[in-house]
Design a protein. Structure first.
Length: 564
């Protein structure tokens, strides 16, 4: 019966939350006590026995243990020294933290010396001293182990949290593809942050110019958070106040003191950190309330806001560090994206300026390169289903159309602008412009993918074109598309040696040359498209069709496929 009781209390010890190491300690000490013919018990405050070691000479009943617990002097749950309750029982607390109750239970260790016998403390005073000392030494060791385990658990928890944060920052940094829109990246950052930080809502705001005024606009977010235009301004201004005081973030809650600021009733606690970018110019002010800074200072280009921490009362310094780190990564992405977009716009601007300078050599061909680029894009988009052209390939075909005549920079104006018929030498010289253009672009690594459109736009599917007399499918698709676009614009434009053809005449001419000059599949797709609508768009002017900003933006987007 005693053995079964021991096994039963061991199960209770496990159920009480004692670890394997603590249970082993109890077993080792219990065996030593039992070896002296004494009983050892560990009880919860309720008197329930969670561990028992039997000395084999007498029984210790639970009612006796409950009686002993009730007789402990003073507040038993705060007593650290071993106490002799009577001539039979000795007790000591095993709690490492006297102000708390780990796992919801407070444990007391007891030694039962048994009924009045020659071994009891009445007949053996040394027993009382030894029992008390044994219990105190054991309790001290047990409490030290408990404290060490709690510290290990705390460190482990902190390491796990740090690991999650590092994984988050790594995930964010490795997803910094500058061709991705800001909103997509910032939404990924917000979603990833909420995976390791429990909040009711998180939002990321970005600086935008709206009606010629700079505002912070909600770009990404997750959960329940309500931020309108008024709230955007309030958050920005209050964050500025905190930063002027040398703080990294705006923290506010009513946990330890009343709110320092007025917030909506739904807000219990709040954190706001800045996304900072470089100042563009000396003394530039980003908001009317923003102080002037020097050129090396940073400016706030966005805000990251979170409200209502769920798993703890308030945001703390650890949260500030994490949110600041994530906000810094987001700011780097936004700034890099801005610089990349500016680079794309500069690049496409330079390309267009170059092609316009070529077109300007002949007043009859002004705007030709941009029109060929637009027509090439039109054809490629309509071929995309059958030829499996993706958006990146369409962008490159557009750029090939834009630069198809770049080789004419190496052709004398006397040849380009000659009013009469070209002689054999002049015609041979003019036919060099595809090769000259390809050679120019071959020195630019990022441009190599569009060289086929430049080099082969004068090839014919019957093999009578130039410069390489390629036939049929040996002519790259890009070359076949740009070649058709070039011919369509040339036919419908006035030339020094002839008048412009009508749309009907041009379409009929193209159809008659399918399978000889033009690829039959490409030509048929073009003819079957709404050519008259295409023509109307071109007559209105491409910048008007797209809008000046959208037209430039498309060119910049196309360039992005080359330089990313």
């Amino acid at each position: 019966m005693q053995t079964n009781r021991t096994k039963d209390t061991i199960s209770k010890a496990v159920a009480a939350g004692l670890t394997a190491i603590q249970l082993r300690q109890l077993k080792d000490f219990g065996n030593r006590v039992a070896g002296q013919g004494l009983n050892f018990a560990v009880c919860a405050r309720t008197g329930e026995v969670v561990f028992y070691a039997d000395g084999g000479k007498f029984d210790t009943e639970q009612r006796q243990l409950i009686n002993v617990l009730s007789r402990l002097p003073g507040r038993a749950d705060k007593k650290q020294a071993a106490a002799q309750i009577d001539e039979r029982f000795f007790a000591v607390s095993l709690s490492a933290d006297l102000s708390a109750e780990p796992n919801g239970s407070f444990l007391t260790a007891l030694i039962d010396a048994g009924p009045e016998t020659e071994s009891s403390s009445r007949h053996n005073p040394l027993l009382a001293v030894l029992a008390g000392q044994m219990l105190e030494l054991f309790a001290e060791k047990f409490r030290s182990l408990q404290q060490a385990q709690e510290q290990i658990e705390l460190v482990s928890s902190e390491l796990a949290q740090t690991y999650e944060e590092l994984v988050l920052l790594y995930k964010i940094s490795t997803n910094m593809e500058i061709v991705e829109p800001d909103a997509n990246f910032l939404q990924m950052a917000a979603d990833s942050l909420t995976e390791i930080v429990s909040v009711e809502g998180i939002a990321i705001l970005q600086e935008k110019i709206i009606d010629d005024e700079k505002r912070f606009v909600l770009i990404a977010g997750s959960g329940l958070i309500d931020i309108d235009e008024r709230m955007e301004t309030i958050l920005y201004n209050r964050l500025l106040e905190e930063m002027k005081l040398g703080k990294e973030a705006l923290l506010d809650s009513e946990v330890d003191a009343p709110f320092r600021y007025d917030w909506p009733k739904s807000v219990r606690n709040l954190i706001t950190v800045p996304l900072c970018g470089k100042e563009k110019t000396t003394g530039e002010t980003t908001q009317s309330s923003s102080p002037k800074r020097n050129a090396s200072a940073s400016r706030i280009i966005g805000l990251m806001v979170a409200v209502n921490r769920i798993d703890k009362p308030d945001f703390d310094s650890t949260d500030v560090k994490l949110f600041t780190s994530v906000a810094s990564e987001c700011a780097v992405f936004v700034e890099n994206n801005r610089l990349f977009n500016e680079l794309k716009e500069l690049f496409i601007g330079s390309l267009k300026a170059l092609t316009r300078s070529i077109d300007a050599k002949d007043r009859y061909t002004r705007g030709h390169s941009e029109r060929v680029a637009f027509i090439s894009k039109w054809i490629a988009e309509r071929l995309s289903d059958t030829e499996h052209l993706d958006q990146e390939q369409i962008h490159k075909i557009y750029l090939a159309g834009l630069l198809h005549d770049i080789g004419k920079i190496g052709i004398d104006e006397t040849v380009l602008c000659k009013k009469g018929k070209l002689n054999v030498h002049e015609r041979a010289r003019l036919r060099m412009h595809p090769s000259i253009g390809a050679n120019i672009l071959s020195g630019i690594k990022q441009m190599r993918d569009i060289i086929p459109g430049v080099l082969y736009h004068h090839e014919r599917v019957d093999g009578k074109g130039y410069p390489n007399r390629l036939k049929g499918a040996k002519i790259p698709l890009m070359g076949r598309i740009v070649g058709l676009a070039d011919s369509f614009d040339a036919m419908t434009s006035e030339r020094v040696y002839r008048d412009a053809r009508t749309i009907e005449e041009t379409v009929a001419e193209i159809e008659s040359r399918l399978g000889t000059q033009f690829d039959a599949a490409v030509g048929r797709v073009f003819i079957d498209s709404d050519v008259y609508h295409l023509w109307d768009l071109m007559q209105e002017g491409l910048s008007k069709v797209y809008g000046a900003d959208d037209f430039s933006r498309y060119g910049a987007e196309a360039v992005g496929t080359l330089i990313r």
